[in-house]
Design a protein around this ligand. Structure first.
Ligand code: ADP
Ligand code: MG
Length: 145
């Protein structure tokens, strides 16, 4: 699925809508341009998962966990790998330990940096900066239609 969004709200809604389809265990790998809307999308996703807390980019610690009061999905892990130097760092830090666990959702910004580590079932979301307010978002894999 490819969509052009014309403001950050539209990108938020895309994330929100996807969140409503998730069952648990999904890994969302976000890649593409700086300022392309990855964090904006994650904010919508978090809202859709019922997270009330404001979602901020985990710039210094690479990962922010959120605890959900849902039946099946208990954790949302937001990773931002912008500052990651070596893919192995995420493994040694244990950040991917719960990857694919049925009670977790992973949302990984700059996931292209660890694409070799991510499982085949990963849902890839690609962001392209087209203009001041224009972004192209492409969702591939499950829920990509
Ligand atoms: P990334 O995490 O990919 O670097 P962000 O979501 O942090 O991107 O930044 C996107 C910036 O662009 C935000 O300031 C947002 O308000 C702005 N913006 C403008 N138009 C859009 C759009 N169509 N979709 C998403 N963000 C947009
Ligand atoms: Mg970001």
């Amino acid at each position: 699925m490819k969509i052009i969004t014309k403001n950050s709200r539209e990108t938020t809604i895309l994330g929100f809508t996807l969140a409503k389809k998730l069952k648990g265990g999904e890994i969302l790998a976000l890649r593409g341009d700086l300022g392309g809307g990855k964090t904006t999308f994650i904010k919508g996703l978090g809202k859709g998962l019922g997270i009330k807390k404001r979602i901020l980019s985990p710039t210094f610690i690479l990962m922010n966990p959120y605890f959900l009061k849902k039946k099946k999905i208990k954790f949302f892990y937001h990773l931002d790998l912008y500052r990651l130097k070596k893919p192995a760092e995420v493994l040694s830090a244990g950040l991917l330990e719960d990857l694919g666990e049925p009670d977790t959702i992973f949302g990984v910004e700059w996931a292209e940096k660890i694409r070799n580590i991510l499982p085949k079932k990963t849902i890839w979301v690609t962001f392209k900066h087209l203009g001041k307010n224009s972004r192209k978002v492409e969702i591939k894999g499950k829920y990509g239609n």
